[in-house]
Design a protein around this ligand. Structure first.
Ligand code: ADP
Ligand code: MG
Length: 693
């Protein structure tokens, strides 16, 4: 049977059902049907013993034995057939509520049957209702694991069951379909992969778990192989086509800063990462690098030092932050740091007055402005640099690939790009999700930091929490209290913030309290934030606008209200706002008492570790890679049916290695037309992308 044949020709389908499954499941060809993988399996690989049945919520099992009795019970509409089935180790009750007459006639006491169904405990004995029944010889054909197929309600209503689909697939398999093998022989051999037609048979009708695992491995590998081929072609095309500035010199700016202004010894990780970035900016190709480092690991200083290298090589640099508050803070700390060495730094945000904006435009154009720091405002068309060579993007998840592309268009030669993020993800995953980026990691915190003590508290324990806050305030420290404001327009969220503010202001009368939220005017927000940063206000009541990057080393307590409503990565970011000085800091997760076991588990990850990598991995496992895949969709599409970027990390790595080796030998897939065709079918949009940029 040809893989591209219409499914309507398959025995048992026909035109009407072909139309239906085309609409409901997108299955149109024989190949589509074969690629409709089971979502689970019924285990017919072994016969269970009745004596061994135990536990609750058992899966469907196979039992082999004889019916030792059968009789009618109940009356009228409630009549049912109850039989006793014995396998020599025990007896199980089998009941039928329908088809009673037929079953009664069909069952023979002298025949050995194999029955298959889900045992439930009923009145302290085992019972199976409406099992599948086969004679011993008929059951021999059904051994192995049997696929359970994803369905839709419409399909169920039209009488299509998982078994129907299994039957269609069996009919196709019996006609020996021949899918084209797209993975080269050497890759199949090198990674011990099953051939495609074997894998397809095994995924639908595996003989045993081991065979199923091999089939899964092969099919996941295939998906990831094409994903990696696609990503690698994209990034290689870009890196081949985009010439970059050569920043070979380390000169006055860097050296003066290093010898005169460096506020502390760099950590080993900071030094290593700076070396990686320097090397990458001197290859003649454009750098596209992701800098991962936990909150508080000192990414800003790395950004500054590498910007100074750009200045030493006659370029301008630009640092872009996701919020006005963060941009302002970067501006303040950086301009203070570089003041002694005569670097001209300016801040550009949505609220920069026109006069100042015009001055910035002028200085950018005549080259006298060295470093521009700002928000999205810096990518507006009116902003023109005379020689932009280096761009740093802080907290990249807020900037898509398309926005990065706008920066490239701001200079004749694409500037080097350094994207900084505090949401660490496993390296292979990062390379896959961020496709075209190389990755550097700061895996070390500055010395002398004490891990933030994190605790989970419930409403009943509020008073104790406030007592603790009071003690810290008396020691001169500052405190954050964060409310979830998931939806800025959500009235109840606003109310809890406002009430919280009033309550806190009243409770801690002797201390000044600032308050910020996302619906404030930027100028008001700024004023409130400044009160807290300067130390005038000792408590900041806020929504998550403070999430990224605010740096107040004197703050020692972070209280997060309704912590159960935040994601783990977000909680970790918030926690990173404290613990920035040498003293002990605290993070208090406030939660309702009635939370699900899952939520409690999530919050307990926070209380058990301060390692951002562990938190991020746990977050990925609990939440799935949804967000990451979303990030990816902004640039490179991703479509995985079977593999998971999170839990199949090793297969991702293997597939990447294989894809990389193949492209080393055949960069344009000239000798692999089948792979090229498959890639274009899978990723039509991406194929356009690589041509555009
Ligand atoms: P993040 O990586 O979260 O952006 P920051 O760059 O804001 O972290 O740095 C966090 C704090 O650590 C800042 O107060 C910064 O001055 C300080 N810091 C950075 N590098 C070092 C270092 N090598 N030694 C000591 N403190 C450092
Ligand atoms: Mg930062």
């Amino acid at each position: 049977m040809a893989p591209d044949a219409d499914v309507k020709f398959i025995k048992g389908i026909g035109p009407a059902r072909a139309e239906l499954i085309g609409r409901e499941l997108g299955i149109r060809t024989v190949s589509d049907l074969l690629r409709h993988y089971p979502s689970g399996y019924a285990d017919r690989s072994r016969i269970y013993r009745i004596a061994d049945l135990s536990g609750s919520d058992l899966p469907a099992v196979q039992l082999k034995g004889r019916f030792v009795s059968a009789s009618l019970a109940g009356e009228g509409a409630k009549t049912r057939l109850v039989a006793a089935f014995s396998d020599g180790t025990g007896v199980i009750e089998v009941v039928w509520f329908r088809q009673i007459k037929q079953m009664r006639q069909a069952l023979s006491p002298d025949t050995t049957y194999v029955i298959f169904g889900k045992p439930t405990e009923y009145n302290r004995h085992w019972q199976i209702a409406h099992p599948e029944i086969d004679t011993e010889s008929a059951a021999a054909d059904k051994t192995g694991l049997r696929g359970i197929y994803p369905l839709t309600d419409k399909l169920r209503n039209r009488g299509v069951t998982s078994r129907t689909i299994a039957t269609w697939i069996s009919n196709v398999l019996a006609a020996r379909p021949c899918l084209e093998e797209v993975i080269p022989d050497n890759v199949l051999a090198g990674y011990g992969l099953m051939a495609i037609n074997d894998a397809i048979r095994a995924i639908h009708r595996p003989e045993n778990m081991a065979e199923l695992e091999r089939a899964r491995f092969r099919l996941k590998f295939e998906e990831l192989f094409f994903l990696e081929i696609n990503i690698l072609i994209y990034s290689r095309t870009r890196s081949r086509s985009l010439l970059g500035h050569r920043f070979g010199r380390v000169g006055r700016f860097f050296n003066d800063f290093y010898t005169q202004c460096l506020p502390f010894e760099l950590t080993g990780a900071q030094k290593r990462v700076i070396r990686e970035i320097r090397a990458d900016m001197n290859t003649g190709r454009q750098m596209n690098r992701l800098l991962q480092g936990d909150v508080g690991s000192g990414k800003t200083l790395v950004a500054l030092l590498t910007m100074l290298i750009a200045l030493d090589n006659g370029s301008q640099a630009c640092l872009m932050a996701p919020t006005e508050i963060l941009a302002t803070q970067h501006f303040q700390s950086i301009s203070e740091l570089v003041a002694p060495i005569g670097v001209n730094v300016k801040l550009l945000t949505g609220s920069t007055p026109r006069r100042e904006r015009e001055e910035i435009h002028r200085q950018l154009a005549d080259g006298s402005l060295h470093i521009l720091i700002g928000t999205h405002a810096v990518i507006e068309d009116s902003v023109r640099f005379s020689r932009l060579g280096f761009v740093v993007i802080d907290e990249q998840h807020r900037f898509g690939v398309a926005q990065r592309a706008r920066l490239w268009s701001k200079a004749a030669v694409a500037p080097h790009v350094l994207v900084m993020t505090a949401t660490p993800i496993p390296r292979t995953l990062a390379m896959t999700v961020y496709g075209d980026l190389d990755v550097s990691v700061i895996d070390e915190l500055p010395p002398g930091r004490k891990p933030v003590q994190t605790v989970l508290r419930y409403d009943a324990q509020r008073q104790r929490v406030y007592d603790g806050i009071h003690a810290q305030l008396l020691q001169g420290r500052q405190v954050y209290i964060v409310y979830p404001l998931i939806d800025e327009n959500e009235k109840s969220d606003m109310r809890s913030l406002e009430e919280g503010y009033e309550f806190i202001a009243h409770l801690f009368k002797d201390f000044k309290v600032a308050c910020v939220h996302g619906r404030m005017k930027p100028a008001d927000k700024d004023r409130q934030m400044t009160r807290f940063v300067s130390g005038e206000a000792r408590i900041l009541v806020a929504t998550t606008v403070i999430e990224v990057g605010v740096n107040v080393p004197n703050a020692s307590v972070m209280v997060i209200e309704n912590a159960e409503r935040f994601g783990l990565s977000q909680l970790h970011q918030l926690r990173g706002r404290v613990g920035r000085g040498a003293d002990q800091s605290y993070c208090i997760l406030m939660s309702r008492e009635s939370i699900s076991a899952n939520t409690r588990k999530r919050l307990e990850i926070m209380t058990s570790t301060t390692d951002g990598f562990i938190v991020a991995e746990a977050d990925l496992k609990l939440r799935g890679p949804g967000d990451l895949e979303g990030t990816m969709q902004s640039g490179l599409p991703i479509e995985l049916k079977m593999a998971s970027l999170v839990s199949d990390g090793q297969i991702v790595e293997a597939a990447r290695r294989a894809a990389s080796a193949l492209l080393d030998a055949d960069p344009d897939l000239e000798r692999h037309p089948a792979i090229r065709a498959r890639r274009e079918a899978l990723y039509p949009a991406a194929c356009d992308w690589s041509r555009i940029s």
